[in-house]
Unconditional design. Structure first.
Length: 210
């Protein structure tokens, strides 16, 4: 199985996303960092990025495994941190899905607000990846058009991390590091291998040679 499909054999089907067990993360990173693989990804306008932290998932047999989510993204960000005018760390308000959790509220300039409204309005039902430090910090589903340039980022370990990212004097603040890009949805390993047969074939050839 591994010789036939070395890439997807290291992955896990998480329903509507792809998981990479912690123990396989290094091997996957080595595969997708090969120049020839990056060239193939560039030819289809895509890029792989990992989620920013491993999370625990309960498997069918009842065991628990820590995994990173592997995202296949459009390689051109629709928005970058330059459109952020202000970033404030807070705790999520009661009555919301982020209640009591550390968040960062973003306010965008007029250009960012216009682009964000167009992007969210034309991609309802899809995911948008919020990328910090070259990792996907969160990838929420777009439920409706977001006008006004206001949005929030979740997924921080604690309020101190949220404050550090919101601080414009930080080495790598949100306002300078954020990239928002569309997620290319991949629902399972079979779809993945069918859609990117040339890519996985190249990986299989590399594996056989090694």
């Amino acid at each position: 199985m591994f010789a036939e499909r070395p890439f997807s054999s290291l992955l896990r089907n998480l329903g509507n996303s792809i998981g990479v067990p912690e123990k396989n993360a290094f091997s996957i990173k080595q595969m997708i960092d090969k120049p020839e693989i990056r060239d193939r990804l560039a030819s289809i306008g895509a890029n792989f990025l990992f989620g920013h932290k491993a999370e625990e998932y309960v498997l069918n047999d009842g065991s628990v495994e820590k995994m990173y989510t592997l995202y296949l993204l459009d390689d051109q960000a629709e928005l970058t941190g330059g459109v952020v005018e202000e970033a404030k760390a807070n705790l999520g308000p009661q009555g919301t899905t982020s209640a009591g959790q550390p968040i960062v509220n973003l306010s965008m300039n007029s250009d960012g607000a216009r682009k964000w409204a167009i992007m969210t309005g034309s991609n309802i039902g899809r995911q948008v990846a919020i990328v910090l430090d070259n990792k996907v910090h969160m990838a929420p589903n777009i439920r409706e058009k977001i006008s006004g340039g206001g949005t929030l980022i979740e997924g921080f370990a604690n309020i101190d991390e949220a404050k550090a990212k919101a601080n414009p004097n930080n080495v790598d603040p949100i306002a300078g590091a954020i990239n928002a890009t569309q997620v290319i949805n991949v629902y399972n390993e079979d779809d993945f291998d069918l859609q990117f047969e040339a890519l996985t074939q190249a990986l299989a050839e590399e594996d056989a040679e090694g």
